[in-house]
Design a protein around this ligand. Sequence first.
Ligand code: AVJ
Length: 322
Amino acid sequence: PRTAHATPALLDLRPTPDDLRSDVIAGLSASPKTLSSKYFYDERGSQLFEAITRQPEYDLTRTEIALLQQAMPSIRAAVGAEAHVVELGSGSARKTQLLLDGLDAPVAYTPVEISREMLLDATARLAEAFPDVQMLPVCADFTRPVPVPRAWMPAARTLLFFPGSTLGNFDEAQSVELLRAMCETMGEGGMALLGLDLVKDVADMEAAYNDAAGVTAEFTLNLLARLNRELGADFDLDGFVHRARWSAANSRIETSIVSRRAQLVRIDGRVFVFDAGEPIHVEISHKYTDDYFDAIAARAGLRVTRRWNAPADRFGLRLLER
Ligand code: AVJ
């Protein structure tokens, strides 16, 4: 039977799947050694990230949700009625619900996600909560421009939603590229709402990535556990430590996995040599000032038209227009 809750149709752009094995071999062969933070989020890693968001030192997620709640009436007025909401990634059900609830009669919602399973899960959950919003999921790589499916109800504009300071995990050149793709995806008259973590006390920023309970360290080191599980690598998890520290020159937290001693690691018949104290670069988390972010946005052809900051400027929401 046809019901409002039938499995939503999916526009599948058949994105090239990530190749963990070849990415890891390339990253560990490079100098300095590097692994992409996108590989943190296997099932265990996603659980650990959820646990991070409950740590007292890591207030990013709580602060963003409170800010979104508080700023929503003003966001609603700025965006106007009948928007088509396009979210990059589909991992933030709580924030998406706040946005769809708070906007004026949104007509459609399009999560863009490379994992079909996560895409369909997120869509199904939201379809129940928002029967009047057309669900139009797209399976695609969101770092490239995405064709936005046409909704039954013509939308007044596209509103891209990219919360969580996820932009901060991309380096400057990649960020500009991603913002350019967003600029194209949102189309004429489109807008984007971004959540960005802001520069604050160095001690606060460093504590957020070095929580006392050790959850962030476990999250980071889970990457090595994942490589052992999925690639048959033989990382000795006691031979490596988590390190996260502020780089003022780059305005970002830089997270590494540091080898505690000289050691060898085998993956797939290949041998990787680690010196004592040698880091694997695994994550960057940019923190923004207005000048820095406005300049990056301008390089992508975007203007910041509205700003909402949490108390003590601990987090910011930014509205971007072409
Ligand atoms: C997913 C971008 C919000 O960089 O703060 C949290 C992930 N890494 N602790 C961030 C993360 C370590 C994260 N974001």
